[in-house]
Ligand binder design. Structure first.
Ligand SMILES: *Cc1c(COP(=O)(O)O)cnc(C)c1O
Length: 240
């Protein structure tokens, strides 16, 4: 039996090396790119193993799963981002469980978050605006969540103008389901273009582009990704 810790360490080393290579190829520094371990369906032991290899930035896509893991958590502090579809009725709990919600794709959700924080309903003291990202469905695939590229400017502007207690830190997307690397690259470049446009139009910094998963993170880095969200390539097959 392969030791879980050794296997995860090897995987982390390999992914970090690939991040470095992709960064170098595109004239970037690997230090600009954050590696997120996506821990959905993973047991706590796998997460502890990743932590002991120096990875402390994780993503979950369901409030309930994060809630269950948090209640059993016996490890050091880590940073957790919500990366899955969030229903408004779980917004309050999500704010308690996550350091950032990357998957905001409609204004109703954004204003629910705003109201909960503004009235301190989540019981947390947010000293600075709570960080979120807008999820954009660049590829237009029906199976994907996310605001359309056409509507995302209005969403970004509405959040910036009407939601002082949340701050939009950037954009998130899931690459197209395709093996055509050129098409995948174009999709990520489109997200970057939207970000650059929005920066100019609204004077926002929007430092983050969360794009790239196990199968396409090298391409995403070449197109400017600052957060790659990696599940399978770090933790192996998920135990469903
Ligand atoms: C599961 C998931 C990932 C990680 O996918 P892998 O292909 O396992 O790397 C990244 N982002 C989101 C939103 C996910 O749901």
């Amino acid at each position: 039996m392969v030791n879980l810790q050794d296997e995860i360490k090897r995987n982390i080393d390999r992914v970090r090396e690939n991040i470095e290579l992709a960064a170098t190829r595109s004239g970037r520094s690997a230090g600009e790119i954050c590696l997120m371990g996506v821990t959905k369906f993973q047991p706590l032991d796998a997460i502890y193993a990743a932590l002991s290899c120096g990875l402390s930035f994780f993503g979950e896509n369901r409030v309930q799963e994060r809630d269950e893991k948090k209640s059993k958590w016996d490890g050091p502090d880590a940073t957790w981002h919500m990366i899955g579809h969030l229903q408004r009725n779980k917004a309050r709990r999500a704010l308690e469980l996550f350091d950032c919600i990357q998957s905001v794709d409609n204004f109703e959700l954004a204003s629910a978050l705003e109201r909960i924080i503004a009235t301190n309903e989540d019981g947390e003291r947010h000293l600075s605006p709570y960080p979120i990202m807008a999820e954009v469905n660049v590829s237009g695939e029906e199976s994907k969540q996310g605001v359309s590229p056409e509507k995302c400017f209005a969403l970004i502007e509405d959040i910036a103008v009407k939601c002082p207690h949340i701050e939009i830190k950037g954009l998130m997307t899931i690459g197209p389901i395709s093996s055509d690397e050129r098409m995948i690259g174009e999709s990520f470049a489109t997200l970057r273009g939207i970000r650059d446009d929005a920066r100019g139009r609204f004077g926002l910094a929007l430092p983050h582009l969360s794009m790239g998963m196990s199968g396409d993170y090298a391409i995403a880095i070449e197109e400017g990704s600052t957060i790659v969200r990696i599940g399978g390539a770090l933790f192996g097959a998920r135990d469903r």
